[in-house]
Ligand binder design. Structure first.
Ligand SMILES: Cc1ncc(COP(=O)(O)O)c(C=O)c1O
Length: 372
């Protein structure tokens, strides 16, 4: 009787999902170009990572991933870092995710119910909003204070008095570079014990400000810190992120994560990257050197730009941003247009790579960005 069944529409998803606009990023056709558009590592991971990937065995491909030792390796890496840890971390305080994006998704899935508020700043990283939206959460996005995209501390403090379910702090903030000192993050967490304070520290290596060296998760059980090997360590294509916090919080977030969500190649690469911290440190130093250089040439040439934390800056070209992005692409350089984002519409976000790469960027940009 199927032939006589009238066509009917596909079943509807949850109402929240039907309302959702998916998060998409312009990811195609980027290979072989100078990629200053996604704040990635622009030179690639440690040679030790590459070696581990090259020697990956058939057996390891055929079996499900094993995670033994990975959390220990992260803790050892953090302990050995410049600022060390005032309070030791236990294994149950570390969750492993398929990139920090997956951690953000899981945290919001585990903690956000329909009608709850997710408090954050604006503009900020674009993936928080769809994750909140798919739970039916209400987003309260407080603009940064102008001039200078300063963290809106008083407004966030007063919004916390309304007890939002989640406070999402991107520190330093992508894309404005806005920084918040670690003690201020912890102060916000102290005044809002019912709010889960998620600190996305993806770019902390470029500026410090991490809460990890000082936070005591017994006292600040509502703080969850996100760290990734995507950017500084150069594993963006393999996907590996961590969530670090109180064991009960890490446990809840783990409950909404699949048992094999992180793949074996990512695990093997993560071990190698965590072992070779000096490679990442020297990449970070090179980016900081390049940042000083580009800031000084932009200042001298009176470009309109904003550069604070992170490995990126915002620049407002004299000509329309879309035209300039197009002209840069024609010269093999990718940057990200911030069109439509509050406060920064008309700007381009430019990731900071090595000194040589920024010199190349400036050579082309200073030519194509000028009107007349
Ligand atoms: C602030 C911020 N958080 C999280 C992510 C996602 O990180 P991952 O590649 O580890 O998923 C990004 C990537 O651009 C980001 O900028």
């Amino acid at each position: 009787m199927t032939g006589s069944t009238p066509p009917f529409p596909p079943p509807a998803a949850r109402a929240e999902v039907e309302r959702l606009k998916g998060y998409s990023a312009p990811l195609e056709g980027r290979r072989g170009l100078l990629r200053l558009d996604f704040n990635e590592n622009t030179v690639g991971p440690s040679p030790q990572v590459v070696e581990v990937i090259r020697s990956f065995s058939e057996e390891l491909i055929a079996v499900y991933p094993e995670y033994d030792g990975l959390r220990e390796a992260l803790i050892a890496n953090l302990k050995a870092s410049k600022e060390s840890l005032a309070h030791p971390l236990a294994l149950e305080q570390v969750g492993v995710f398929n990139g920090v994006d997956a951690a953000i998704h899981a945290v919001i899935h585990a903690y956000g119910s329909s009608g709850d508020t997710l408090l954050t700043t604006s503009p900020t990283f674009g993936y928080y909003a769809p994750c909140a939206g798919m739970q039916g959460m209400v987003i309260e996005a407080v603009p940064h204070a102008m001039p200078g995209f300063v963290f809106p501390l008083d407004a966030i403090r007063s919004a916390l008095s309304r007890r939002p379910k989640i406070l999402m702090l991107c520190n330093p903030n992508n894309p404005t570079g806005t920084r918040l000192a670690a003690d201020q993050v912890l102060e916000l967490a102290s005044i809002a014990p019912d709010t889960l304070v998620v600190v996305d520290e993806l770019y902390e290596a470029f500026t410090g400000d991490s809460v990890l060296p000082t936070v005591d998760f017994e006292r600040h059980a509502n703080v969850l810190v996100l760290r990734s090997l995507a950017k500084t360590a150069g594993l963006a294509g393999l996907r590996l992120g961590f969530a670090i916090g109180h064991p009960a919080v890490v446990d809840r977030v783990g409950r909404v994560t699949g048992p094999y969500d992180v793949n074996s190649l990512a695990v093997a690469a993560a071990f190698a990257a965590l072992r070779d911290q000096s490679y990442t440190d020297s990449y970070v130093s090179e980016v900081l050197r390049a940042r000083d250089w580009i800031v000084s040439v932009m200042t001298r040439s009176r470009a309109v730009f904003h550069c604070d934390g992170g490995n990126y800056l915002l620049v407002w070209p004299e000509r329309p941003a879309a035209e300039v992005a197009h002209a840069l692409r024609a010269e093999g350089i990718l940057v990200r247009s911030m069109a439509g984002k509050p406060q920064i519409d008309g700007s381009l976000r430019v990731s900071i790579g090595t000194l040589g790469q920024m010199q190349r960027f400036w050579e082309v940009f200073s030519f194509v960005s000028k009107s007349g």
